[in-house]
Design a protein around this ligand. Sequence first.
Ligand SMILES: [Zn+2]
Ligand SMILES: [Zn+2]
Length: 382
Amino acid sequence: MIDGLPGRESVATDMADGLRGRESAYDRQRLIPGWDQDRLAAATVVVAGVGAVGNEIAKNLALAGVGRLILCDPDAVSVTNLSRTVLFTPGDLHGPKAEVAAESLRRLVPTLQVEPRIAPLISGVGLGELADAALVIGAVDTIRARMQLLGRCALVGAALVDSGTQPWGGEVRFRPPDQPDEPCYACTLTEHQRSHSDLPWSCFEPRDTGPEPASIAAAALVGAWTTTAALEFLMGRPPAWRLLSIELTGRTSPVQISRNPSCPYHHPWTDHPSPLASSADTTVAELLTEFAPEDEPETWTDFPLPLFCRVCGLYPQLADRPDRDHVQLCARCGALLRSVTSVRLRDAGSDIRLRELGVAPEEILPVRGAQGERRCVRLSRG
Ligand SMILES: [Zn+2]
Ligand SMILES: [Zn+2]
């Protein structure tokens, strides 16, 4: 008889079962030379992006026995996902990808600890969480998202295995932890490409030929290579390559890349962040009690401030936090109201919780002192 697939807590039970002669789900893979089930069970892995490749990777890591997964994706399941995603069914249409995937994984591996984050990476997973994770995996599909993930991993020295697909293949990149001089994804982009950041990564020229071609074959292949690199890294054998080029024609090979001296993604945060009692669920007013009056704590992304009419001075909807793209006219004088944004936490309403401003759990926030000096603080888990 085959027992259920164990997760972090049940590895001991799993092993005890083995000693008692009962079969366990992991018995076969334990026979692989160098396999270390306990290291996998103890690991937390962040998966950024739960589309086609993210589905494959999350499924593979859960089945292999990784103990805890944090899945981050802001999007909802669409009908075109269904040809490439093992964790989504037609009944899941329009549901949040991260949550639907987490639910499917719990059915697949009941003992897995899985936390869905329905948010863009910058609001979904804090720098503290990236720093503490055993590994971060990228399965996002735009240059901007890949560079943002790389930038955040580089800041805290996190290990990153980053994937990208093309119609007939793709690539996997490995960024080792705490080695800022290693060549990275952005080293292989030109300055123009780095600034031109919202195009699909596989084609740097703008085009309007409709949706990107994609199939389960490329997603499964790239997902399998990404999983292989991740498992090897988690079991103490980091890949020797930094870029693996994968072709569905049958050839997969490491590609030599070199450090670009002008690449900006090589400056880790050397400061040790001071821990705060506040968490992402704390209000701005409570957070500010942890700072001296001259300290300026900031967020990583700007947040909208209440609308204000510069012509007549009316605050039409002081309570509202307007959408930054939303255009409104002043109810009193008819002037165009422009939404203003800020990263200065002292500008935010005092009763607003940090997560409502887009601040991620266990985020590390920059703080500017009176003389312009910089330090950083880390939010608690809450
Ligand atoms: Zn670089
Ligand atoms: Zn007005």
